[in-house]
Design a protein around this ligand. Structure first.
Ligand code: ATP
Ligand code: MG
Length: 416
């Protein structure tokens, strides 16, 4: 009956649960194929050989899922009565979609009036089923669960870019998480060297296609660097002209977070205005400093400013001391750093020119080298892994409500 609006559903769907009650082999097949769709990696689909009665029995006993789909052969008063009964056993917020035998506008309107999210007529193709589920889940839950990890140096040249790139490679290649790397430095980006790609676009172009909802062009700008890691292939920007605005960057990052569970942003060498918006939005901030006074001094002020920019709200900040041992006689000890910065040191990384400059010189990623990989595993991944390994779901912020009426039969009743 109603066509799912395809636009905007081509995204990794939020963690959620869907139960489909059907006895129809065709719907069953479509549901099984939907489970294989990449967008559904975080959606638990339960296919039940049953109907509205089976669903009522189930939700008398168990909590209802985010979306319940009911297939029925008969659409009459008796069925809508049973649908009302089902609503009485569903948790508030559960959405419902009905699959029926006939195409009938009046019936469609009545079901929608009752609070049913959509009415589909069998036979159902996989693409329609998948799009209807995707659209319903996005409207209901929003797109959440993705993590933005921002890397910034307390001062120039302290290794923020190298550590950001190495962490991104580690998240993808070692932790096996789908991730995207974004360098907000525009023409000042060194990511092309560190990650080994040819810049094919600019931040301004990427922001333009993101604002224009041009999915195909944005996808072309996202260069795969391996099975799980992609990079926004910007860097072709001019160096001495102003770059994008904070709003444009926010829009672009929003689009990336829809597609990737993890977005790693390198803020070093970026304009302050872009740094600020990312630092206020990031789920986690990795602040890199050397153990030397100038960097520590700036780092201390920076932490205060970030706190203020975030209105004193919750902040996950990992303070990383890099290049430990470069000039031991002039380095501040860990305890003193922690006392001065009023922040625990999350990791200490030794000065290792062979690993860093050596791999950089060969255009090799840190994780492609045994010693580099070990360093990433031991020092960098523990900083981010806690919130990634399966943590993407549980640690996600509460879902954004779309404001659209989605609660199944909310107008009629709900389990109190
Ligand atoms: N632990 C380390 N040991 C040795 N060399 C390092 C280490 N960390 C980074 N480097 C080297 O320091 C140089 C600067 O690193 P990087 O470009 O990552 O710094 P940055 O903080 O991003 O600088 P910028 O402020 O220019 O953006 C690079 O050549 C890198 O290989
Ligand atoms: Mg840098």
């Amino acid at each position: 009956m109603s066509e799912a609006d395809n636009r905007g559903t081509s995204v990794l769907l939020p963690s959620s649960s869907v139960s489909i009650y059907t006895k129809d082999p065709e719907t069953l097949r479509a549901a099984q194929e939907t489970e294989q769709d990449w967008r559904f990696a975080r959606v638990k689909i339960k296919i039940v050989d049953g109907d509205v009665e089976t669903a009522i029995q189930a939700y008398k006993e168990y909590a209802s899922p985010d979306l319940v789909m009911i297939q029925t052969d008969t659409i009459d008063e008796a069925f809508t009565d049973r649908l009302e009964a089902l609503a009485g056993h569903c948790d508030e917020g559960t959405s419902a979609v009905v699959i029926g035998p006939v195409n009938d506008v009046n019936l469609y309107r009545r079901l929608i009036d009752m609070g049913v999210g959509d009415y589909l007529v069998r036979p159902i193709e996989k693409t329609v089923l998948a799009d209807v589920i995707a659209k319903t889940l996005i409207e209901k839950i929003g797109i959440t669960g993705s993590r933005l990890i921002a890397f910034l140096g307390a001062k120039g040249g302290v290794g923020a870019s190298m550590l950001a790139q190495a962490t991104a490679c580690g998240i993808a290649d070692i932790l096996g998480q789908k991730a995207v790397f974004l360098d907000t430095a525009g023409g000042w980006s060194t990511a092309a060297v560190g990650l080994g790609f040819e810049p094919a676009t600019t931040l301004a172009e990427a922001a333009k296609v993101a604002a224009g909802n041009d999915e195909d062009s944005l996808n072309r700008m996202l260069l795969p660097l391996g099975e799980k890691l992609s990079v926004l292939s910007s860097g072709g920007d001019v160096m001495l002209e102003p770059t994008i605005t904070a709003e444009q960057l926010e829009m672009l990052v929003g689009k990336l977070m829809v597609k990737y569970p993890v977005v790693i942003a390198d803020l070093s060498q970026s304009p302050d205005i872009l740094r600020k918006i990312m630092l206020t939005r990031a789920n986690q901030i990795v602040l890199v400093t050397t153990p030397m006074l100038p960097a520590l001094r700036l780092g201390r002020s920076l932490i205060q400013e970030i706190k203020e920019a975030r209105n004193g709200g919750h902040m996950e900040l990992a303070l990383v001391i890099n290049m430990q041992g470069l000039a031991p006689a002039f380095e501040v000890g860990k305890k003193d750093i922690e006392a001065a910065m009023e922040c625990p040191v999350a990791a200490q990384i030794p000065f290792e020119p062979k690993i860093f400059s050596g791999n950089e010189h060969e255009s090799r990623r840190l994780t492609d080298d045994a010693a580099g990989r070990k360093l990433v595993e031991q020092a960098l991944l523990p900083l981010v892994a806690k919130d990634l390994g399966g943590g993407l779901e549980g640690d996600a912020p509460p879902p954004e409500k779309s404001g659209v009426l989605n609660g199944f039969l909310r107008k009629i009743s709900s389990k109190s």
